[in-house]
Design a protein around this ligand. Structure first.
Ligand code: TRP
Length: 441
């Protein structure tokens, strides 16, 4: 069975080398595997949670889309779209919001971190916390569940969000599924082989630490300048260096093959100067991303082409999302108006199906009899013989007007329960008969 793999990229920044090595490159590689159907999207609704600068959102969406395309994403193989071009996301978001426990959102790491920071600063616990931030995990669950993704490649910090998506999916399945599993339960996929790229100062490369190496922005000049600022120890050229302690080497490893790695280490131990080592890193990275940068620049010069690519991606995504959300609307009761079987009517008609019948007849002996048969033909009651047909008919009439109330008197007299039939069953059958007669009147 094909596995659906889905991941989103929040459009609040400009991609750096760490994003490329940690997310973009492995995702594009994975999308080329057989048996995998990939969904990559620009999480621009999510970006609004962190950013209220429209121009930055716009720049970021363009830069991220161009980066993925320049890095070799094959949009004929994958579904590549903007979250905000698939409004079904928001509709599902609401359906999920209505089955999500508030207490669960209270426990979300991102929200709790804000609260903790506020408390530590002596502020109101919810200072600066928007409902967007608070409900962030539900929107993310909607992204994932809308396409019933099996696997969600994410960083460690996102694992809790995937667990929440599973919980919400389970809850919806339970409440509305009636035996049908509308949602697949997604799994987080954290790849330990993918390097967490260190930044200039050795901490994880991240915009929030201001230690990033740009991927395409600023051209090769900016790349070179950033790499020049990588912090190293102060050993001089000619002195042996320890490659294992140097994050410059980790950066090099992210682009090097085995023999390049070995040669670089040997040269550092042999006294290669840091300045020279940085130049080698620049050359290596440039070999990889130089050709992509050219494609990037060509794409950025024609945003209308990127727009077209994303529109086509949205159409592909919506071909799945629209009918699915329609099914979900049915499931929760948002349906077209049609003549309903109101619950009371439905019960009555079910009862009608279970209505027993009286039969009056005359045997060869010339005597009159009646019997009550269940809706399925089983015998419930049998009368003894009456010489007078009207006497038999009188009892039938009493049953039809009094229902089960006439039963004990009848059983004490001329009527007997059929073999193996419980009195309670006959009472229920007579009640159903009475109800159906009242209904018909
Ligand atoms: N929250 C993710 C992040 O910040 C981005 C994201 C949004 C996402 N929706 C998603 C990732 C759905 C995976 C699946 O990295």
């Amino acid at each position: 069975m094909t596995q659906r793999v889905l991941t989103g990229i929040t459009t609040s920044g400009i991609p750096h080398l760490g994003n490329y090595v940690g997310a973009i490159r492995p995702a594009i590689q994975a999308s080329r595997e057989a048996g995998v159907e990939s969904f990559f999207f620009l999480a621009d609704y999510h970006a609004l949670i962190k950013c209220d600068d429209p121009d930055r959102i716009e720049r970021s969406r363009l830069a991220i889309a161009a980066t993925w395309l320049a890095a070799g994403l094959d949009t004929s193989r994958v579904t590549f779209y903007r979250q905000s071009d698939v409004p079904e996301t928001n509709e599902l978001n609401w359906l999920l919001t209505c089955v999500t426990a508030k207490g669960q959102m209270n426990r979300a790491h991102a929200y709790k971190a804000s609260v903790d920071a506020n408390v530590a600063a002596g502020e109101d616990p919810d200072a600066g916390v928007t409902m967007g931030l608070y409900c962030y995990p539900i929107l993310m669950a909607a992204d994932i569940l809308l396409f019933n993704a099996h696997r969600v490649p994410v960083g460690r910090d996102q694992i809790q969000h995937i667990e929440m998506a599973r919980d919400v999916a389970q809850r919806f399945n339970h409440v509305f599924g009636k035996g049908r599993e509308y949602f697949v339960l997604p799994e987080a996929e954290v790849d330990d082989n993918v390097a967490v790229l260190p930044g200039l100062d050795g901490r994880k490369m991240s915009k929030s630490y201001d230690n990033t190496v740009p991927l395409f922005e600023g051209g090769s000049k900016a790349l070179k300048e950033a790499i020049a600022r990588i912090v190293t120890d102060s050993k001089l050229p000619g002195e042996p260096k320890d490659p294992e302690g140097a994050h410059l080497v980790t950066l090099f490893d992210a682009f090097a093959d085995e023999s390049q790695r070995a040669a670089f280490r040997a040269d550092l131990i042999g006294g290669l100067g840091w300045g020279e080592a940085k130049q080698r890193l620049v050359n290596l990275v440039e070999d990889h991303i130089g050709p992509m940068r050219e494609r990037y620049e060509a794409l950025i010069a024609h945003p209308e082409q990127i727009e077209e690519t994303l529109q086509a991606g949205a159409a592909k995504a919506r071909a799945i999302a629209t009918p699915f959300v329609n099914e979900l609307r049915q499931a929760v009761g948002l349906r077209r108006m049609v003549a309903l079987r109101a619950p009371a009517q439905a019960e009555a008609s079910e009862a009608k199906a279970a209505v027993p019948v009286f039969k009056q007849y005359r045997e060869a002996d010339g005597q009159f009899y009646f019997k009550l048969a269940a809706h399925d033909g089983r015998l419930l009651l049998q009368s003894q013989a009456f010489a007078d047909g009207r006497a038999a008919g009188g009892w039938v009439k009493r049953f039809k007007t009094e229902g089960a109330a006439a039963l004990s008197e009848a059983l004490a007299g001329p009527v007997a329960l059929a073999d193996g039939v419980a009195q309670a069953e006959v009472e229920a059958a007579l009640a159903a008969l009475l109800a159906s007669l009242a209904d018909a009147a």
